[in-house]
Structure formats: structure tokens, C-alpha cells
Design a protein around this ligand. Structure first.
Ligand code: GRG
Length: 295
């Protein structure tokens, strides 16, 4: 399989699914629809819905009830990016090569667009109840989505990250931030794919550990790229961690050790993948590509 070509093809297919769940841009509240759609359609790797769908396929899933969840996870991810870019957080003006939502629509509308996407994601995921006979699994998947997004997941991680800005963070706290802020949504993506694909409890546990390792390797690679890449390549400013006086994995252990750790952690993720039944060579290739990515 030519991974790059296949990745392009599957990214397009995932994008079509996500797009089909976005709101129509009419009515008195049209501005919020425009801000939501602008932010989701700005591009991005569509990694979370893709990991969700591929994990679903790994467990033999072949229905359509996964699709509203694919859209929902991308909406939640986008809502977090909108809020992360705000002047009160990272104060970034460029994201995915385009003006950030607050630059384009104003601070007030960007706050609302983030809020709107967050709750519209749940409204969207609930549409799965009308599509499949797995009501119990769908209910549980919505629970996972909320938990991994909220105070015990991404938002919890962001809170510690914001609180510790301008301070030196010990490794143990940095691991906590990465596990929650970045890892939790990847865990939700892969766990929901596994759950709706038919995984049992022990398998779900392995998927959670695998996704957590992918999240950690992914975030460390993000730190590496912030130092080694270019704005053209990333579609956002580089050296933003330094600008924001942030402790990162790279500032703690140095660039060479960070690169070695990415390799080791991603090998652990692949080992866990091999413990699961079924085969999905594309998923394996995707995990490899993610952690060696250049953007
Ligand atoms: C409103 C739900 C909500 C949350 C607010 C701001 C915040 C709390 C959380 C920030 C979480 C965050 C931005 C974590 C960083 C995760 C990360 C590495 C993002 C980049 O992901 P990519 O590379 O981006 O997948 P693309 O653009 O490809 O989609």
C-alpha cells in the first residue's frame, strides 16, 4: 500500500463525513454557523476521526453509526483549537495556514463558536441512536466522549497547563498535562471506534493504553516540530512554546532524547496494537506516520 496516496484518499473520505454533519448557514444566528464551519473546514489532518474509523474497522465494524461520532470528535477538537488560540490563552493569529477564528470573527464570536461546536458535537453524536441497534454501546460511547473531553480529560489537562505557564514544570506534571490535554481525545477516538466495532472490556483497556501512548508520542513530536519546523510547513507560528514561556518535553530532556523517546513510545503503541485481534495495516502505517510527521 502506498501510504501517502492512501492517506490522501482516506482523509478526503473522512472530510466528507465530517462536512455532512455541519450546520446550514442560514437563520438569524447565521454568524455562529459561519464561524463553526470556517473553523472545521480550515483543514487539518483529521487524525482523530480517522483513528476512530480505522479502529472501528480493526474490530470488524462496517456500519454507519460510527459517522456521527467521527464528526463529533472533529468538532470537539476544533472547539479546543478555537479556544486555545484566543488572546486569553495562546494568543495565536494563524492556524492551519489561515487566520484563527477570533481574528476572523472577533473574540466574542470565537468564544461562542468554541462553545457551540462543543455542544453541537454531543447533539451530533446522539444522532447515532437513530442509525444502529446498539443503543447501549452508543450511550456508553457518548459517555466516553464527554469524560475524555471534560475535567478528567482534555479540559483538565489544559487547566494545569495554563496554571503552570511561566513556571518550570516537573516531568511528572508535564506527563499529566500531555496525557490529558492531547492524549485524552485520542483515547476517546480509538475507544469509541473499538467499542462500536464490538471490542470487549480487556480489548478496550488495551486500546486505551495504545491511544495514550500515541497521544504522548504525538505531543512530544509537536514540541519537537515547534523547535525544528517552519511556519510554512506547520501552517502556524513556530517557537510558540518559547514565546509563551512554556516548559515542554524538549526543554526538559533535550531534542535528541525527545526524538528517541518518540520512537520508543510509538514502538510500545505498535506492540499493543499487535496484541489485538484483527489486522489493519493502514492503521499501523498511520501510527508510524503520525509520530514521524513533519507537520
Ligand atoms: C472548548 C473543548 C474546549 C476546550 C477548551 C483550550 C482547551 C480547553 C484545550 C486545548 C487543548 C489543545 C489545543 C491541545 C493540543 C492538542 C494538539 C497537539 C493539537 C494539534 O492537533 P493536530 O496536529 O491539529 O491534529 P490539526 O490542525 O491537524 O487538526
Amino acid at each position: 500500500m502506498e501510504m501517502r496516496e492512501e492517506l490522501k484518499r482516506r482523509t478526503k473520505a473522512v472530510e466528507a463525513v465530517v462536512d455532512s454533519y455541519l450546520p446550514q448557514e442560514d437563520g438569524h444566528q447565521k454568524t455562529i454557523f459561519e464561524a463553526m464551519n470556517y473553523s472545521v473546514r480550515a483543514g487539518g489532518k483529521r487524525l482523530r476521526p480517522m483513528l476512530m474509523q480505522e479502529t472501528y474497522r480493526l474490530f470488524g465494524g462496517s456500519g454507519r453509526e460510527i459517522e456521527p461520532f467521527m464528526a463529533a470528535i472533529e468538532m470537539i477538537h476544533t472547539s479546543s483549537l478555537i479556544h486555545d488560540d484566543l488572546p486569553c490563552m495562546d494568543n495565536d493569529e494563524l492556524r492551519r495556514g489561515l487566520p484563527t477564528t477570533w481574528v476572523k470573527f472577533g473574540y466574542d464570536m470565537a468564544v461562542l463558536a468554541g462553545d457551540a461546536l462543543l455542544i453541537y458535537a454531543i447533539e451530533t453524536a446522539a444522532k447515532a441512536f437513530r442509525m444502529g441497534a446498539q443503543a447501549e454501546r452508543i450511550g456508553r460511547a457518548i459517555g466516553i466522549l464527554a469524560e475524555k473531553t471534560g475535567i478528567y480529560g482534555m479540559i483538565g489537562g489544559q487547566v494545569v497547563d495554563v496554571e503552570l505557564t511561566n513556571r518550570t514544570i516537573p516531568q511528572e506534571k508535564l506527563d499529566f498535562i500531555y496525557r490529558l490535554k492531547t492524549g485524552a481525545l485520542l483515547e476517546a477516538s480509538m475507544m469509541i471506534g473499538a467499542l462500536l466495532g464490538g471490542a470487549d472490556e480487556p480489548q478496550l483497556g488495551i486500546v486505551e493504553q495504545m491511544a495514550s501512548a500515541i497521544g504522548l508520542a504525538f505531543q512530544i513530536q509537536d514540541d519537537i516540530l515547534d523547535v525544528t519546523s517552519t511556519p510554512q510547513m506547520l501552517g502556524k507560528p513556530v517557537l510558540s512554546d518559547e514565546k509563551n514561556h512554556k516548559t515542554t518535553y524538549v526543554t526538559l530532556v533535550g531534542i535528541e532524547q525527545a526524538k528517541a523517546d518518540v520512537e520508543e513510545i510509538s514502538a510500545r503503541a505498535i506492540d499493543l496494537l499487535h496484541q489485538l485481534p484483527g489486522e489493519n495495516p493502514f492503521l499501523e502505517g498511520l501510527i508510524q506516520m503520525l509520530v514521524t510527521r513533519e507537520k
